[in-house]
Design a protein around this ligand. Structure first.
Ligand SMILES: [Zn+2]
Length: 467
């Protein structure tokens, strides 16, 4: 059995519906379970592609070796399982999806089930759950209230300046590396220069008629909550399927109300919603604190374009080789240092170790992002001037020390054992490890806080570093 690669980009394949059918019949040969054409017909039902036999039979699917192996097992299972069991499973999945939208008694049962099954404590209040649902389905509509002119006038230019400082310091770090050849450096800097950024909210959001057109066809009725949910998801899917034969437009990866930031490899773009551009990530009163917080997040997103997955996509977002072989070898060598470092981190509460390979891309982004933001702050000070204000109560800290304190504050969190177990399968490490990993790799941190060599945060073994 071939081991599927940990890096999803490694084993992406394009396959016709016919070949997929042949592949998934493998485990049950000489029998066959012809499902894929029928499945696509059902999926496309109601779209403008419905009944287009030519299109359906010529479809190419993007999948992976790992997914095909999974589908082979699914087909094997479907073939030997009574239809009534499969139907029961489908209904159970439906209930699981919808149960939190039903009665309080059902919600209590579900929370009891989760407690027994995975050890979670308590549950999200219905008001919060519903608000989250509205935000995730109607994000752009919710964001309408956030889209104010003041942001565009005051904050946007400041955030753009910060991003430009970060890009400049990334470029400098690339130029100063010893392991990249000149041509690869040039192409890397070109990709960073052409990386698009979506910051705050799309300008059309302030135009109510454009916003209404955006949701045209989606119907909501005040007395039919469950139908609203299902109809909306259906409408959303229809919109996507109708456009499936066109290139995906380059645009916002999320709605502006999302407290997060994103990198999209296929568009060479980052999205920084207005919701994360506020306290406690931004508006911290000192640029030292802002660069240590949102600055490191901007750096993180930029660096994703050059992590172990992102480096495979060129400046147009196409997955082609655009680095020299020697630089790729040097890069992989350096990533191994990170894999080993993070795999040594132990979660004492559940006695498990971090998966250094699963978290590699995020760790590369964290390490690069922090260093870029640190030098970006120096650029800021050089060009705008030293900040005079001190932080009340913490006057004895320098501004560069405050930068790191702000970075530390970003990842301050606590976990129950159930949450720790859940976090193990996430591509991000728990905050404590993100902090330890980045700071113990940072010469800049060790110098700023005068950590002696061999101390916990400045270990004597070689530091992992790509940029
Ligand atoms: Zn990330």
């Amino acid at each position: 059995m071939t081991k599927p690669s940990k890096n999803p980009a490694d084993d992406i394949i394009y396959i016709s519906l016919m070949d997929l059918q042949n592949q998934t019949d493998k485990n049950i040969a000489p029998k066959t379970l012809p499902i894929w054409v029928r499945y696509m017909e059902l999926i496309l039902n109601g779209t403008r592609h419905a009944g287009n036999v030519q299109l359906t039979s010529n479809l190419t699917i993007i999948t992976s070796q790992a997914d095909i192996m999974y589908l082979q097992q699914v087909v094997e299972y479907l073939e030997e399982t009574p239809a009534s069991h499969i139907e029961a499973y489908l209904w159970l999945s439906t209930i699981e999806e919808l149960v939190l939208h039903t009665s309080s008694a059902m919600r209590l049962l579900h929370s009891e089930y989760m407690r027994v099954a995975i050890g979670t404590e308590g549950s999200t209040p219905r008001s919060l759950y519903c608000a989250n649902g509205v935000n995730s389905l109607f994000g752009m509509a919710v964001s309408y209230v956030l889209a104010d002119e003041e942001f565009t006038r005051d904050k946007l230019p400041r955030v753009e300046r910060m991003l430009s400082d970060i890009r400049r310091s990334f470029d400098r770090l690339v130029k100063s590396t010893s392991w990249m050849d000149a041509a690869t450096k040039r192409r890397t800097i070109q990709k960073s220069a052409e990386m698009k950024s979506f910051i705050g909210f799309p300008s059309w959001l302030r135009n109510a008629s454009v916003l209404n057109a955006y949701y045209e066809g989606a119907e909501v009725n005040v007395s039919t909550h469950l139908e609203n949910l299902m109809d909306f998801v259906h409408w959303q899917m229809m919109e996507k399927l109708n456009e499936m034969d066109k290139p995906e437009p380059i645009g916002w990866a999320t709605s502006p109300s999302n407290v997060n930031a994103f990198h999209t490899f296929q568009s060479n773009a980052i999205t920084v919603p207005i919701a994360i551009l506020q306290y406690p990530f931004y508006d911290l009163g000192l640029e030292a604190l802002n660069y240590g917080s949102i600055g490191t997040i901007l750096g993180h997103e930029l660096t994703h374009g050059f992590d172990d997955s992102g480096r495979r996509f060129d400046r147009f977002g196409n997955m082609v080789e655009w680095w020299s072989n020697q630089t790729i070898d040097e890069y992989i060598n350096r990533t191994e240092c990170f894999v080993e470092q993070y795999s040594r981190y132990h979660l004492a509460d559940i006695d498990e170790y971090i998966d250094g390979e699963l978290t590699l891309g995020e760790n590369i982004a964290d390490n690069g992002g922090m260093r870029e933001a640190f030098y970006a702050y120096r650029l800021y000070v050089k060009e705008v001037g030293r900040e005079r204000a001190k932080l009340p109560g913490l006057e004895h800290y320098s501004h560069e020390q405050l930068f790191f304190i702000s970075f530390g504050n970003l990842w301050c969190e606590t976990y129950t054992p159930a949450a720790s177990r859940y976090a193990l399968s996430d591509s991000h490490c728990p905050g404590q490890m993100r902090l330890r990993g980045v700071l113990s790799n940072s010469e800049e941190f060790a110098r700023t806080f005068k950590c002696p060599t061999g101390s916990a945060m400045n270990p004597s073994q070689p530091k992992c570093r790509i940029w």
